[in-house]
Design a binder for this molecule. Structure first.
Ligand code: C2E
Ligand code: CA
Ligand code: CA
Ligand code: CA
Length: 280
């Protein structure tokens, strides 16, 4: 039995080592990419319902790999987290997004979306001095802290007290906190008592099945009741059809995001849209 166990283990170890090698390879390439300037940011609007007006832009990172082409964040963010590169990468993302948002504010004034959202990973939240880094980035950009929304997942916050302390420090700066992918973590409801969140981003998986009398529709309804009762804001994520948008509005949702309204846009595309809206 011992032999068999060992054999199984060897197979598992081999696979693990292979993954670790692949991780290490990609990790090194990520570091190189940051130095080379191969990351770019795109921005996806969050809109108010039912008028579809932009209220906020969520910052999403992209990696243009010299040989592999486009590599999505679902692939490289977890590796950046494991290797620790998310800390300098996240700092670059935050600073670039704040600089960009400050520029749109300068050019378009009240025509620019009120807020900018930036995703922050668990690893960043646990990094000592993260709140101080955010404060420094805000000061350097001249961007109003109250217009920055930090998006964190339930799982990242559930990790423990350090993350909560950091969020509290951010709130003290005036920064807003959104709980991302809400409903997919383990700790959803209890967390609402301790986490200083302003906004819940209701995960796409609930929006997908929202038609009719599905369980998802029941959950989406309960979530809007909870957010209203706790005086939080709810944003429905991943809205792909007009029908979903209408159903969400009927259920009480006033903010949404998804391909139905807009795909993530390059900075130039955002500028064009804001310019067009200004001329109207
Ligand atoms: P997320 O924060 O939940 O971001 C939303 C993701 O859903 C984005 O994918 C967005 O393009 C996609 N999406 C938006 N609307 C729709 C829709 O209607 N239908 C579908 N099918 N998808 C939609 P993206 O940009 O590939 O990002 C994936 C994940 O990678 C993000 O999920 C986030 O967890 C992570 N990520 C992206 N950018 C960053 C970043 O700058 N920092 C960190 N730490 N994580 C990031
Ligand atoms: Ca997000
Ligand atoms: Ca999300
Ligand atoms: Ca997600």
């Amino acid at each position: 039995a011992k032999e068999r166990g060992k054999g199984r283990h060897a197979v598992y170890d081999a696979r693990l080592e292979q993954d670790q090698a692949a991780d290490a390879q990609l990790g090194a390439e990520l570091r190189q990419a940051l130095d080379n300037g191969d990351f770019t940011l795109v921005y996806q609007p969050i809109v108010s319902l039912p008028d579809g007006k932009w209220t906020s832009l969520e910052t999403l990172v992209r990696w243009q790999h010299p040989e592999r082409g486009f590599v999505g964040p679902d692939v490289f963010i977890p590796i950046a987290e494991r290797t620790g590169l998310i800390v300098p990468l996240g700092d670059w993302i935050l600073r670039t997004a704040l600089r960009q948002a400050a520029e749109w504010q300068d050019v378009f004034g009240s025509g620019a979306p009120a807020e900018i959202g930036v995703n922050v990973s668990a690893r960043q939240l646990r990094e000592p001095g993260f709140a101080a880094d955010v404060r420094a980035a805000l000061a350097d950009s001249g961007f109003d802290p109250e217009k920055l929304v930090v998006e964190v997942t339930e799982t990242a916050v559930f990790d423990g007290g350090v993350a909560l302390d950091t969020l509290q420090n951010l709130v003290t700066l005036g920064v807003k906190v959104a709980l991302d992918d809400f409903g997919t973590g383990h700790s959803s409801l209890g967390l609402l008592r301790t986490c200083p969140a302003d906004t819940l981003k209701v995960d796409k998986s609930f929006v997908d099945g929202i038609g009719g009398r599905s369980e998802e529709a029941v959950i989406a309804t309960a979530m809007i009741q909870i957010t209203n009762g706790l005086h939080l804001q709810a944003i429905a994520e991943g809205v792909e059809t007009a029908e979903q948008a209408e159903t969400l509005y009927r259920l009480g949702y006033r903010f949404a995001q998804g391909y139905h309204f807009s795909r993530p846009l390059t900075p130039a595309q955002v500028g064009e849209r804001l310019e067009a809206a200004r001329v109207l």
